[in-house]
Design a protein around this ligand. Structure first.
Ligand code: GLA
Length: 368
C-alpha cells in the first residue's frame, strides 16, 4: 500500500511538473509570426544552445516562420579539413526547424571569416592560385549547398565582400578576391544555382543601410546581373544603434535594392544601446552603464526605434522577404562580446529572462 501511494505520489509529481514545465514554455505575448503573416516572415538567428533550451526553442517557435542558422553552415564547421564535410550541427538544427515547420535561411557559403586557413593556401603554404581558389570554391559550394539541396529556402551565397569606409575600391581584399578578383562572386552564384536550383540566392552584408556601401552594393549587383547570374535578393544585416543610422537612410537602401528587382532580407537585426567602439577596444565606464539592466529612458528610446523600424519595414513589405532578429534574446546576442569583450548589451526584443521588452511593445505599436 505504502509503495503504491509513493508511486502514485511520484506519478502525480511527474504529471504536475510536466504540466507546469509545459505551461512555463507557453508564451503569453502575441506571436510576431502571426501578426506579421500578411507582410513578411519573422526569423531569428539560431544555434545549438537555442535548441537545447526548451524555453528558448518555445520562444523561437512562437514568434518565427523561419530561422537563419547562425554558425553551423559556415565553412569552419562544415569543411574543417580539405574535402571532409561535417554536417552534424547543421543537420540537427535544420531537422529541428523542419520538424517545427520553420523555413531555413542558410548562412553562408563564401566568406573571408570563419573559414579554415587551409582554404586560402596551397600545399607549400603560399597564397592559393586562382585555379586552386576556383576548385575550392566549386568543391565547397557543391559539397554544402548540394548536400542540403531542396531543404532550405535560401542561401546567403557570399557574405561581406564589400569594403568599408571611403575610397575608390569596392571590394574587400579578401583571399578570395586576391586570387580571383570579383569573378569569385559571379562564380559562387553560378555554383550555388547549380547545386540548389530551387533555393533563393542572396548577397549579405553589413553597413548597407548607408553610403558608401549602398552604392557599392548597387554596383556589385548590377555587375552580377550583367554577367547573367541569378541573384534573388540582398541581406541588409541591420546591426543598428539606438540613435542611428536615420530611418530615411535605411529606407533609401531598401528602395535602391528594390529598384534592382531584388528581394530585401533584413537579415541580422539588432539595436545596440551601447556606444560603437573599434573592435578589440578596452572596456570603458560608458560601456558598463547598462550592466545591471536597461534604464527606463533607454528602454523607451529603444521602443521608439523598433517602432520606427517596423513601420519602415511594413511600408516596404512588398519587397521585404523577411525580418530576422540576431539572435533569440539579449543574453544570446553577439554584442555582449563584440566589438568589446564583456559588455552587457540589450539589443533585442526579449530580455535575458526571455520576457518581452518595451522594444517588443514598440513593434506591436507599429503593427497596430
Ligand atoms: C556577421 C555575420 C554573422 C555573425 C555576426 C556575428 O554579421 O554575417 O554570421 O557572425 O557577424 O554574430
Amino acid at each position: 500500500m505504502r509503495r503504491f501511494s509513493t508511486l502514485l505520489f511520484l506519478c502525480l509529481l511527474g504529471f504536475v511538473s510536466g504540466f507546469v514545465g509545459g505551461f512555463a514554455e507557453e508564451r503569453q505575448e502575441p506571436s510576431l509570426a502571426q501578426l506579421c503573416a500578411d507582410y513578411f516572415p519573422i526569423g531569428m538567428g539560431i544555434g545549438p544552445a537555442d535548441l537545447r533550451d526548451p524555453a528558448v526553442w518555445a520562444l523561437v517557435r512562437h514568434h518565427c516562420q523561419q530561422v537563419t542558422i547562425e554558425n553551423a553552415l559556415k565553412p569552419s564547421p562544415t569543411q574543417r579539413q580539405p574535402g571532409v564535410f561535417d554536417f552534424t550541427q547543421a543537420e540537427a538544427l535544420i531537422a529541428a526547424a523542419e520538424e517545427a515547420g520553420l523555413g531555413v535561411h542558410a548562412h553562408t557559403l563564401v566568406w573571408h571569416r570563419q573559414t579554415p586557413d587551409w582554404f586560402f593556401v596551397d600545399e607549400a603554404g603560399e597564397p592559393f592560385s586562382s585555379e586552386l581558389a576556383r576548385s575550392r570554391l566549386r568543391q565547397h559550394i557543391q559539397g554544402v549547398a548540394g548536400h542540403f539541396r531542396g531543404r532550405v529556402q535560401a542561401w546567403d551565397v557570399v557574405n561581406e565582400a564589400l569594403v568599408d569606409g571611403p575610397g575608390e575600391d569596392d571590394f574587400r581584399p579578401s583571399p578570395w578576391y586576391q586570387a580571383m578578383g570579383e569573378e569569385y562572386i559571379i562564380k559562387a552564384f553560378r555554383l550555388a544555382a547549380e547545386a540548389d536550383p530551387e533555393a533563393l540566392l542572396y548577397y549579405n552584408d553589413y553597413g548597407l543601410e548607408t553610403e558608401p556601401k549602398r552604392s557599392r552594393a548597387v554596383r556589385l549587383i548590377k555587375r552580377l546581373q550583367e554577367a547573367g547570374v541569378r541573384v534573388d535578393g540582398i541581406g541588409i544585416q541591420a546591426h543598428l544603434q539606438v540613435d542611428g543610422p536615420p530611418i530615411a537612410e535605411i529606407e533609401r537602401s531598401i528602395v535602391a535594392f528594390a529598384e534592382l528587382g531584388l528581394r530585401v532580407h533584413i537579415s541580422e537585426l539588432d539595436v545596440s544601446v551601447l556606444p560603437w567602439r573599434q573592435p578589440g577596444s578596452d572596456l570603458l565606464p560608458e560601456d558598463q552603464i547598462f550592466s545591471d539592466g536597461l534604464s527606463e529612458e533607454m528602454a523607451a528610446k529603444q521602443r521608439q526605434r523598433y517602432r520606427e523600424l517596423f513601420a519602415l519595414f511594413l511600408r516596404h513589405h512588398e519587397v521585404i522577404s523577411g525580418v530576422t532578429m540576431w539572435n533569440t534574446h539579449d543574453g544570446r546576442s553577439w554584442l555582449n562580446y563584440f566589438p568589446v569583450q564583456d559588455r552587457v548589451d540589450h539589443p533585442l526584443l526579449f530580455d535575458r529572462e526571455l520576457q518581452p521588452k518595451a522594444a517588443f511593445a514598440g513593434v506591436l505599436q507599429a503593427l497596430e
